[in-house]
Write a protein that binds this ligand. Sequence first.
Ligand code: ATR
Length: 283
Amino acid sequence: MPATIQLLGIFGFPISHTLSPYMHNAVCKKLNLPYFYAPFEISSEKLDKAIDSVRTLKISGINITIPHKEKVIQYLDEISSEAKLIGAVNTIKNDNGKLIGYNTDGKGFIAALKEDTGILPGKRSFLIFGAGGACRSIAIQLALDGAKKIIIANRTLDKAENIADNIRKNIPACDVQAILLNKIADIISDEYILINTTPLGMKESDSPIFDYSLLSKIKIVVDIIYNPPQTPLLKEAQKFDARTANGLNMLVFQGALAFEIWTGIKPPILVMREALIEKMFKL
Ligand code: ATR
């Protein structure tokens, strides 16, 4: 490593499964940039010290992943407006000792949606399954980017209501509703772009998220799962000729946006995507 190398990285727990180092380091190698991206396993009790070390070691930028995206906010000097609305940070820039938090998950999703389906959120309606952190980032960014209507369908109604209330309060131009997952037959129509943010479909033994015969009404389906690349939801949607996309490009674009925040350089998307695919499928 040259003496002038600048450090980037990711804090999470566990961290061994992360694919981010492969895509960021592939870009640095390809463009011959003086950065190195390293994974760090950081427990919740050590998060404050780890964030302090970003200042001490002059680490240029850090991604934050599960389970620290919310907790980390209290240790930062500033956060972007969308990270504040979402209540979670996945990217920190070290600006001469001032740590600024951003959230590129929602924006990464929107960029991937555009790349994969040609769709922009403006005046569109979305039906989102699940109400965890991923739904929160995606729903809030869709609303910020002009979505007309969002319905959040979840097994636990309270969690969907919580995200819906946040949007109603902060982005009132977006019509948002929360419903129970088992009630979607009452509302589903070709007006909606479907987005799965639940983990259902990652394992072969997972039950369907809903009755997939309802997909006959749907034209566009996005599953944020990227492994397997074709979940049962996407396969069933394709049988009805719906356009489909998986979560690979969301992972790529959230990373690309973070890289640009840290370095000011727009990274080559192809290089990032290929590094991920190579690592995931051991090509
Ligand atoms: P993340 O925070 O990464 O988005 P998560 O919180 O683990 O992911 O899960 C996202 C959503 O998937 C949750 O809202 C969860 O529903 P609950 O709020 O009812 O817990 C939903 N989910 C997970 N397993 C599920 C299952 N077996 N059936 C239905 N929904 C499920």
